[in-house]
Design a binder for this molecule. Structure first.
Ligand code: ATP
Ligand code: MG
Length: 567
């Protein structure tokens, strides 16, 4: 392919609304174009890379024994009503009506239509197991579409669904998908971790998320480099601690005026923030609750919500704080509250002794407070966020924290959908049983963006070979020089004949401009044909390193084939 005829609208400037590297680079490299918030076109270069990812996904699904089909994106409301998700999806679901007023939606995920398809066509245990998948557009009216195709409103998902006769079968189907996912993300060159996810809400028995480590990820993950344990921050349990068994000091009330932060207060008292128990007042579904935790800790609002089985847990407003404590904001504590409210202490508080608390009196704190002697919490529970260095709940070694992008999700659904939709089969004893299901999703566009997020430098994208839109770019430095042009064309033709995807930058541009574009679009191998062409010498360079090696055109071709793994 000649670059002069390539539709590749690269941009020099960083687009203003692109916050993260992958979004910026995908726009700058001319891979995609925004049509509206959360809706993107893939342009030719981007679509080539996209299809590479899609094909890796397809190959691995097929290898694992899953069978591809395709369903409509527009689905009648009734399909989602039987499971209750027509209501449950709420504003996330794109809804429409046909000319006679019948309701439809744009499918956000396809558990229901797959379950119906299998229900209507599979009767006997002899026809099980079966795993079906599609690679298709999904529609979700996301609250905050952002980061380009990372969180879009229309996106391509590979969604697979397994149907088994028993739990053992589900385990095997799940395992096959697990292995396929590992192969997919390995082939895409991604550094990922597997995170245990909470399956409670979906009613299943197990669930894992494939997370790509990235500073821009929306999920905080606690993981153990020693044993491989990983969990979403809100799901990572924090260790219980032993009770304080030191000598309790005498309670003292101290005047602590004009301190804005715990750090300032602690500096004044000559104590570390770990000697302080802060009390935050929360409004939990309309009820005010005091929440205590060590001075340097953060409340995990998801754990707090789960503890109360509540819909919402937000910090109480200052009017509530002042009424309940009888003091200005900043002096709340569990002792001497003006109004009796429940006090929930983080489990760590039980292991502290002689600590400092707010005195429920403006500008005063108490010193030497001890649980049991001075106050008794209504509940002691794990309500804090895990932090770097906490012991791993699996092996006890220190946990690390990172941020991650969820690229894939595998899920043991059990019988939730098969029961709701009557997807039954006859077992070997002739009894009717619901099928045991699993579902397995991968975002193709998000995976592509995650690859860019992990493979770039200051000059642009560095595509892993397996997903690169083209493998090689040939750059003649002077397009008016006949020998240079002839050598470059010959190289292009030879590589093309060998089945290599190759670009020839035949534009009448300075070499610097061509090099900049080649770096920006991230083609893995660059062959420069320049001054030494008459001597039969070209320059061979990988995008991933700075080394330029002189070779004959024959050697360059051999090296390309070797690099691509043909030899
Ligand atoms: P998230 O928590 O990021 O919204 P999700 O839990 O809603 O993801 P699933 O319903 O499990 O995602 O969808 C399966 C896969 O589809 C995800 O792992 C992700 O790769 C992809 N995906 C989900 N939502 C989007 C989106 N808005 N844009 C692009 N890809 C998405
Ligand atoms: Mg989502």
């Amino acid at each position: 392919m000649r670059v002069s005829s390539l539709f590749m609208p690269t941009q020099r400037e960083v687009p203003a609304d692109a916050e993260i590297i992958s979004h910026q680079l995908m726009l700058r490299a001319g891979l995609m174009r925004k049509v509206a918030s959360g809706f993107y076109s893939f342009l030719p270069m981007g679509y080539r890379a996209f299809r590479k990812v899609e094909n890796i996904v397809r190959e691995e699904m097929d290898r694992a024994g899953a069978q591809e089909l395709i369903m409509p994106a527009v689905l009648p409301a009734e399909v989602y009503m039987a499971s209750g998700r027509w209501e449950k999806f709420g504003p996330d679901m794109f809804r429409l009506q046909d000319r006679s007023g019948r309701s439809f939606c744009l499918g956000p995920t396809h558990e229901e239509p797959f379950t119906e398809t299998v229900r209507d066509n599979v009767r006997s245990y002899r026809q099980l197991p079966v795993t079906l998948y599609q690679i298709q557009h999904k529609y979700r009216d996301e609250k905050r579409p952002r980061f380009g195709v990372m969180r879009a409103r229309e996106f391509v998902m590979k969604d697979a669904y397994s149907f088994d006769a028993d739990e053992k079968g589900l385990d095997q189907s799940y395992q096959a998908m697990y292995q396929a996912y590992c192969r997919i993300f390995d082939r895409c060159g991604l550094d990922y971790i597997l995170v245990h996810a909470d399956s409670g809400a979906m009613g299943g028995s197990g669930s894992q998320e494939f997370m790509v480590k990235s500073d821009v990820g929306e999920d905080a993950i606690a993981y153990c480099p020693a044993c491989g344990y990983a969990a979403n921050e809100e799901k990572a349990p924090c260790p219980a601690v032993r009770g304080f068994d030191g000598e309790a000091g005498t309670v003292e009330k101290v005047h602590t005026p004009n301190f804005r932060t715990i750090e300032e207060l602690m500096a004044f008292l000559g104590l570390p923030p770990t000697a302080f128990a802060k009390t935050l007042l929360y409004d939990i579904d309309g009820k005010i609750v005091a929440v205590m935790l060590r001075g340097d800790r953060e409340v995990n609002e998801i754990k707090l919500k789960n503890l109360f089985d509540a819909n919402e847990a937000v910090l109480a407003g200052s009017a509530d704080v002042e009424r309940v404590t009888g003091a200005a904001v900043g002096f709340a504590g569990p002792v001497g509250l003006a109004e009796p409210i429940p006090v929930v202490a983080d489990s760590e508080i039980a292991g502290m002794g002689n600590f400092v608390i707010g005195a429920n009196e403006t500008d005063y704190h108490f010193l030497n407070i001890n649980v049991g002697r001075d106050f008794t919490p209504t509940r002691i529970a794990d309500i804090r966020c895990a932090v770097e260095g906490d012991p791993c709940p699996s092996c006890g070694k220190p946990l690390s924290m990172c941020r991650g992008i969820e690229v894939g999700h595998i899920f043991k659904l059990g019988t939730k959908y098969s029961e709701a939709l009557g997807c039954n089969f006859l077992n070997s004893d002739g009894e009717e049983k619901p099928m045991i299901m699993g579902c397995y999703g991968i975002g193709v566009g998000r995976t592509l963006a995650a690859i860019v997020e992990q493979h770039y430098d200051k000059d642009g994208i560095i595509w892993p070979m397996a997903v690169a839109p083209y493998s090689v770019i040939i750059v003649p430095t002077n397009s008016t020089d006949e020998t240079i042009n002839a050598t470059a064309s010959e190289l292009h033709d030879r590589l093309t004949e060998a089945g290599i995807e190759v670009l020839l930058d035949d534009r009448d541009e300075r070499p610097g401009v061509k090099f900049k574009d080649a770096d920006l679009i991230g083609i893995p191998i660059r062959i420069t044909v320049g001054r030494k062409a008459p001597e039969g010498i070209v320059e061979y360079k990988l995008r991933s390193d700075g080394n330029v090696v002189e070779k004959t055109p024959e050697e360059a071709v051999a090296e390309v084939l070797r690099e691509i793994g043909r030899i």
